[in-house]
Design a binder for this molecule. Sequence first.
Ligand code: FAD
Length: 466
Amino acid sequence: MSYDLIVIGTGPGGYVCAIRAAQLGMKVAVVEKWPTFGGTCLNVGCIPSKALLFASERFDEAGHAFAKMGIKVSKPELDINTMLGFKDQAVDGNVKGVSFLFKKNKIESFQGVGRILSAGKVEVKGVDGSTQTLETKNIVIASGSDVAKLKGVEIDEKRIVSSTGALTLPAVPQKLLVIGAGVIGLELGSVWRRLGAQVTVVEFLDRILPGMDGEVARQFQRMLEKQGMAFKLGTKVTGVDTSGKTLKATVEPAAGGTAETIEADVVLVAIGRTPYTEGLGLAEAGVTLDQRGRVQVDKHFATNVAGVYAIGDVIAGPMLAHKAEDEGIAVAEILAGQAGHVNYDAIPSVVYTFPEVASVGKTEEDLKQAGVAYNAGKFPFTANGRAKSNQQTDGFVKFLADAKTDRVLGVHIVGAEAGEMIHECTVLIEFGGSAEDLARTCHAHPTRSEAVKEAAMNVAKRAIHM
Ligand SMILES: Cc1cc2nc3c(=O)[nH]c(=O)nc-3n(C[C@H](O)[C@H](O)[C@H](O)COP(=O)(O)OP(=O)(O)OC[C@H]3O[C@@H](n4cnc5c(N)ncnc54)[C@H](O)[C@@H]3O)c2cc1C
């Protein structure tokens, strides 16, 4: 069996790459070790977490927001099994969608662990232990990432869970301790807080959402605290005692100092993800990794071994599904002789809590560090008509534009629906647009997106509604 391309892994990087390559006329096969396609994103990541965020937000609204709009309902009751079933249906629909697309695009699939024997040769080891060798002109490694482990805290996916276990808790814990104030910790912490858990988030750094704009992170933290989430920043968890009915986590200041104990029914370890390269045979095939265990690639996603490429979470860059997808498309186009390319300055990132946080491009900290002179334009949702009519006024939009050229370098939004609003800013950055360009673009009234326009106007200090 011989192919133009074999993709190892069918997460958003791998499956999108396979489809684009097939569209471009290549004979394509995929190898996937899990029973379903779609990788982390569809099975245990983006899709199930968003289904639970959606459902738990409705639960929270029914309990707290309906009454003030004159909608009288009795206190909502949680049926956790049905809610988990709702999430499972979302996963099922999405993974079936990938199967359908593979068939539609005549992509062959092999279930098993893919191992690179050499350039042009992939061995697939099935669950029954049988092996077969496939031949191919090119290989794309899209093996993704795995949960980062924390020393002294053994994940059992029952009481001490990773994000995967936190998506299937059979009951709402009374007390949930989240280790790590990154996107995944805050999203899943929000889910269980809305459903009734008392949530404490412990973070090693002295801020939440590392890498995001500092002002945004500070204001967002206050919003989460108002909702009842507690934070212990600059603090590390050194171990969890599992001997009793209640878990006892030992925490101490990140810089060292007096230890204390936090009790919890469930501990969620959400300290990040690590590239996954197990079983791929990379050392034997001579594929170089970088110092952080990621597959090293050049600007065209090529590894040091001819005909072997890599994309997605297993290479450097933000661990985001859409980044993996865009790399999948780019590498397929490069293999077809086209000019596939990813603009890493225009990759949006979203935290799907309430309110949402969305950003694209540089943060103020990035610009200060790089010594770039910039103008900032801000606009609060308290001054936006639609936000006021909906009484969802928390948050603001911030534009950062080059001081000399007015070219937009970054946009940061905290507020309801921020994740949908960020995309006009992404298009603006992709096209090298200025704050003035956006400020002169007509926006429908009344929309929350008018706050985006007003923030752009305010780069030149000429917002109208404040
Ligand atoms: C809880 C959670 C929520 C998330 N939410 C979001 C979100 O809202 N938005 C967002 O952009 N990102 C989100 N992410 C991150 C996102 O899931 C990843 O960035 C994305 O899945 C990476 O895609 P990938 O194709 O590189 O790898 P993956 O999706 O990890 O897929 C890799 C695939 O390769 C397979 N594989 C590995 N090795 C082999 C082998 N040797 N042989 C055969 N198969 C193999 C694996 O089984 C897997 O199916 C979330 C992650 C988690 C954990």
